[in-house]
Design a protein around this ligand. Structure first.
Ligand SMILES: Cc1ncc(COP(=O)(O)O)c(C=O)c1O
Length: 470
């Protein structure tokens, strides 16, 4: 069977005719449930903390298990001949194969979509997979992306190396706070603008509403990587963004134990205003004939396409076990984030007061160039990942880095543990000194990810770093 022969979202690359209903039945028509509510009432509003615990969750009818179980099952049995066929033509909800939909993943997808005010969410195997799948759903050969230069280096590599090989071109916005530069880089072939809400290590907070306004004026979607903010600090879709991506390996799961990613799709963007611009969504959802994606899925057509025509075929599925760990993390997200940002501000203020420090790149500080944007968009706090620069260049950074004991020397962020990294010799090591300079990465810069330890202990640990400079 070829893709063209398949009903919606069913490719069978290995000849095994697996798969099931589009969006995973969990996304669209969970047996006995709705998309986002779980035990929350439809149409009623609840606070973030209530939603992070309850949204998407549905007690197990068979066992009464209150926590969504880990359904480690590659496939799901069909009752009979007709049900098997029904799952392939979407007339009956239910699961068939975990790459298409899994009950554990579906519960977490519903929760994340609700927390982010999205139409739907798709869990993926990593943050890189989330960025890749979001981009591959939107662009094709010949298209162009305008991307903030402050995004994660892995994102830049994906766009500039991998997507370029597929015929997609990319221009980086050198100064993402220069709105004119975003606009100047848009070409007739541009199909997507991409940025991070709180980039690291420089914390040059993206003015999402302003960039979204530019994107929409040109009929383009804005995709925002919201990994560091999380929906607790910032909901990009409420501020004009159209798609949100996450590395859930970071703060959403929170405990540094597992990798994951997610894409949340909003409802606001009119993908059909110009049918030639995004022809993939106007194509028949079933491959050769029948209704288009918009005809079949309405306001969640892009979410359905992203899941069924892109994620499911490229295949970076989130393991249900890691989805379970993500769900555990989400249940305490607001509590952890409040503590993360409170401690980050305390540590940043203390660092700023040290004579050995020549700069602290934390947008939560009133002295920071991006503080105004942070105050406007991030009233709950400016995140917990930032950089500071010690006087004395690389030698000073090395001595500081080697002297700390509580901070873990790791290339990771958003853990309960506090982490430290020297960006110039790790994440940015492949760049020329000139590229690093223009990206604001100096030799004396150290990046911190502030965890959940007592801030006084973290400050005492950083004092060891300063003592090593003496
Ligand atoms: C902001 C941001 N986005 C995406 C990623 C990629 O996520 P993952 O490592 O889960 O693939 C990272 C990883 O560090 C990141 O920091």
């Amino acid at each position: 069977m070829t893709d063209g022969d398949c009903p919606v979202g069913r490719s069978a690359p290995d000849g095994a005719e697996v798969l099931g209903t589009a969006g995973g039945p969990g996304a669209a028509e969970e047996p006995g449930g709705d998309r986002g509510g779980g035990r929350l009432r439809d149409g009623e509003s609840y606070g973030f903390a209530t939603e992070q615990v309850h949204a998407g969750e549905q007690p197990e009818p068979g066992t009464g298990a209150r926590i969504t179980p880990v359904y480690l099952s590659a496939g799901f049995e069909f009752d009979d001949f007709d049900q098997a066929s029904a799952r392939f033509v979407d007339t009956q909800s239910g699961y068939s194969y975990t790459r298409v939909g899994n009950p554990t993943n579906a519960a977490v997808e519903r929760k994340l979509a609700r927390l982010d005010h999205g139409a739907s969410a798709v869990l993926l195997a990593s943050g890189q997979a989330a960025t890749a799948i979001a981009a591959l759903a939107i662009v094709q050969a010949g298209d162009h992306i305008v991307c903030s230069s402050s995004v994660y280096e892995g994102t830049k590599g994906l766009f500039q190396s991998n997507l370029t090989r597929l015929g997609v071109s990319v221009d980086l916005v050198a100064d993402p706070s220069d709105l004119g530069e975003w606009e100047r880089l848009i070409t007739p072939r541009t199909r997507m603008l991409f940025g991070e809400s709180i980039p690291n290590p420089r914390n040059d907070v993206l003015d999402v509403p302003a960039v979204a306004e530019i994107a929409h004026r040109h009929g383009l979607p804005l995709v925002v990587d919201n990994t560091i903010a999380t929906p607790f600090l910032f909901r990009p879709l409420d501020h004009g963004a159209d798609i949100v991506t996450y590395s859930t390996s970071k703060l959403l799961t929170g405990h540094g134990a597992s990798l994951g990613g997610a894409v949340v799709v909003g409802r606001g963007f009119d993908w059909w205003a110009d049918a030639e611009r995004f022809p993939q969504f106007a194509a028949p959802a079933g491959g050769v004939s029948g209704p288009s994606w918009i005809g079949a899925y309405g306001s969640d057509a892009v979410g359905a396409y992203l899941r069924d025509a892109v994620a499911m075929r490229f295949g970076p599925t989130q393991s249900p076990w890691h989805a379970f760990l993500l769900n555990q993390g989400l249940e305490t997200l607001s509590l952890r984030m409040s503590r993360h940002v409170e401690s980050a501000l305390a540590v940043a203020q203390w660092l700023e007061s040290r004579p050995e420090v020549v700069g602290v790149d934390y947008a939560g500080l009133s002295s920071n160039a991006h503080h105004g944007t942070a105050e406007r968009l991030l009233p709950r706090g400016a995140g917990s990942v930032f950089a500071f620069t010690v006087d004395g260049g690389i030698d000073a950074a090395r001595r500081f880095y080697n002297a700390v004991e509580l901070f873990s020397r790791m290339t990771h962020i958003g853990d309960v543990r506090s982490l430290i990294l020297h960006p110039a010799t790790t994440i940015h090591v492949q760049q020329t000194p000139e590229q690093r300079r223009s990206a604001g990465i100096s030799d004396g810069m150290l990046r911190l990810s502030i965890g959940l330890e007592d801030p006084a202990d973290l400050i005492r640990d950083l004092e060891r770093g300063f003592a090593a400079l003496a």
